[in-house]
Design a protein around this ligand. Structure first.
Ligand code: CTP
Length: 208
């Protein structure tokens, strides 16, 4: 069984030093990659910037959403399960200035253009693969997460809240495409990764 995991934020550069990004330490995705490996999966991790490359996990480092998208497309054919943990920036500046932008007196207008939705694109191409997404919601969580589960053609989605961003603990619910759900209490990201991995094995691979 082969698992492709994305983790961490993406950075969308505006000039040579400034960027737009999402708050994300990459911790959940890295822990999940470790747990999947310990359960016997072959794992490839596509990891955004800002954290150390984990030891013993084949990892491709990326910076922007477009780079992450390229790497996911390149490795998608290889995997049986794709877990999209990454906090991908939905927009990027239309123009990247090669030089550091000098400040002026007035406001600075930055035009943003949409990034591709990596998970949604893979959802269209999924075939018999298992797709697991995350949904970070601050309001109407269940409703929004169910919508994402369906629209991105996932088999499972992990609903969590902004309080978990860059925190050590996570409080999440797992929602499945068959309508079932499992609520997990507030636990460490390490314990969460193990639990998520066990759930994947039980639900999609029939092991106990
Ligand atoms: N995702 C992705 N590519 C994007 C945006 C999100 O692959 N450009 C994936 C994330 O990795 C996650 C899921 O889609 O698994 C949902 O991400 P989330 O940020 O919760 O939602 P968005 O789809 O970006 O929608 P919104 O920001 O409007 O809530």
């Amino acid at each position: 069984m082969k698992a492709l995991v994305t983790a961490g934020p993406t950075r969308e550069y505006l000039d040579s030093v400034r960027y737009l990004s999402n708050g994300s330490s990459g911790k959940t995705g890295i822990e999940l990659a470790r747990a999947l490996k310990q359960s016997g999966f072959s794992v490839k991790l596509i990891l955004g910037p800002g954290s150390e490359t984990p030891k013993n996990i084949p990892t491709v480092r990326t910076v922007s959403a477009l780079q992450m998208f390229e790497q996911v497309k390149r490795n998608f054919g290889w995997c049986d399960i794709f877990v999209s943990c990454a906090a991908v920036a939905d927009y990027r500046p239309q123009k990247i200035s090669r030089k550091k932008i000098k400040k002026g007196a007035g406001p600075l207008m930055v035009r943003l253009v949409p990034n591709p939705d990596i998970l949604r694109t893979m959802g269209v191409r999924k075939g018999r693969k298992i797709l697991v997404g995350f949904a970070l919601e601050d309001a109407q969580g269940l409703q929004n997460a169910r919508k994402k589960l369906k629209e991105k053609n996932c088999d499972m989605i992990v609903l969590n809240s902004p309080s978990t961003v860059e925190a050590d603990k996570i409080s999440a619910s797992l929602l499945f495409s068959d309508g079932s759900a499992l609520k997990l209490g507030k636990i460490s990201k390490d314990a969460f990764a193990k639990k998520l991995c066990q759930t994947i094995l039980k639900k999609f691979y029939g092991s106990i």
